[in-house]
Design a binder for this molecule. Structure first.
Ligand code: ZN
Length: 252
């Protein structure tokens, strides 16, 4: 099993990061930590070094932060991403999140940063990890228009079926998180997607499948089990296909 998207670098894990990683090592093949800010990318690179061969990193800048951050912080992030690009297995997370963001100017800042990441992914022929919320179709249209022959992953996709079908048609991927353990909408999405387009993740520390327990990479097992249940096949089969997808995309 592979957790293709989590944030072990977050301070939520400062007190028990080692235990969390030990539990992950016992159950999983690999973990992919997603850098979401300037500091997040730096911490991700540290973890990549510390857990070499087990934890891999993606370098990005979250759209919500893109709306708020000083342009100098964004510039510095791109500078450091360029310098460390060979240490990353993908770019992102990036994308569009219009959920709390109403102002056009702030939305446009997200679009600008998103496009810069697409350019970078094209340049280095790297996979792109997209965070899209309340802007799934728009994110899809932008990435379809500007990306060139790269693997595209919609992480924790929660949009409608129609846009999901467009994503599938382009042979992009959707990474399902532990949210499928309790979200009816996500179950419906899982029902309607071929496993060839599926990856598994936790998005930990968010979206815990267990009430009162913080999410962590080892719990990606719950995602695998739930997909198996929804599709009435064995967890082993889900694991085999989704792990193969992840290994191919991220070259791990
Ligand atoms: Zn994330």
């Amino acid at each position: 099993m592979i957790d293709t998207h989590c944030h072990v670098d977050f301070k939520d894990f400062n007190k028990n990061r080692e235990e969390v990683m030990d539990r992950a090592k016992k159950k999983l093949n690999s973990v992919i930590n997603s850098g979401a800010t300037l500091g997040g990318n730096r911490r991700t690179l540290k973890l990549v070094k510390e857990y070499k061969g087990f934890l891999y990193g993606t370098l990005g800048f979250h759209p919500e932060s893109a709306s708020k951050a000083d342009s100098s912080i964004i510039e510095q992030s791109f500078k450091e991403i360029n310098e460390n690009i060979h240490k990353a297995v993908a770019l992102g997370e990036t994308g569009l999140d219009f959920f709390h963001i109403e102002e056009t100017e702030k939305r446009n800042r997200q679009i600008k940063v998103f496009k810069s990441f697409i350019d970078l992914a094209n340049e280095y022929e790297m996979p792109l990890v997209i965070h899209a919320r309340d802007a799934e179709l728009k994110s899809f249209e932008i990435v379809k228009k500007y990306s060139k022959d790269i693997d595209v992953i919609f992480h924790c996709y929660g949009g409608n079926l129609e846009t999901m079908n467009k994503i599938i048609e382009e042979s992009y991927y959707i990474s399902f998180s532990t949210i499928i353990c309790y979200s009816k909408h996500h179950k419906e999405l899982v029902e309607n997607i071929p496993l060839q387009n599926v990856l598994t993740e936790t998005d930990s520390p968010y979206l815990s499948p267990f009430k009162g327990h913080k999410n962590e990479p080892a719990f990606v097992e719950e995602t695998v089990k739930k997909i198996a249940e929804i599709k009435s096949i064995s967890p082993a089969k889900v694991d085999k296909i989704t792990e193969k997808n992840a290994k191919k995309i991220f070259s791990i």
